[in-house]
Design a protein around this ligand. Sequence first.
Ligand code: MG
Length: 271
Amino acid sequence: MSQNGRDDRGPHIKSAEEVAIMREAGRIVARAHEAMREMIQPGVTTAQLDAVAETVIRDHGAIPAFLNYPKKDSPNFPASITASINNELVHGIPSKNRVLQEGDIISLDTGAIYQGFVGDAAYTYPVGDVPPAVQRLLKVTEEALYVGIEASVLPNHTKDVCLAIHRFVAEHGYDVAREYTGHGVGRRMHEEPQVPNWWPSRRMARKMKWVSYPLQVGMTYALEPMVIAGRAETDELDDKWTVVTKDGSLCAHFEHTIAITEGEPVILTLP
Ligand code: MG
């Protein structure tokens, strides 16, 4: 799940033991994704995907991190996954009335709390066959995630990661959502550092109170490029959660939770 808004308490640095617990939380998230991936086909509802993810998470002794997640001026999130179809960017609410159709793309995001720590990951999938242009959007978005992961090494700052993602996406002719960002993950799903998929001018960053932190061993955050094929402007639907592209264009979303080390970062949300 992406962040919209920030706190200013600074990054929370985890011990090796805490990172090990987060790895277990991430593994459970990966299992939930595997179960959903196997189900994706025309005729399946997003409520069915939600139910299977919740079952996997609870069967592993974890708690769905998204269920009842609070948001200012909105009802708490009512499900264990967000399911966002086609022009829906993030935070779509699962429903038994949303049926996958051949040619759709669906972004599935889920999180688990295990022994007090959160894992958070998202993937976008084609439903059946999709045109090459759509396959390219998914490929570039997933690659942008890995560009961000590769940039997550000492002595970079978070801003370097943000700019690397944005540069890669722009080079491929797409743009990123401005309002929703990657974020620190730990005992809470959203904490510092905020890791957007772009970075504003110095003056604007100051005005927006965005802070670029030097990476530190034990820093844990979720990177989540949200890539839009058209104009990078979004609206929120009347359900107060679902974010859609303003111009109706397609969009994709890939996310992993990672931990910073002395060397390569560790992806915590792999199986
Ligand atoms: Mg997230």
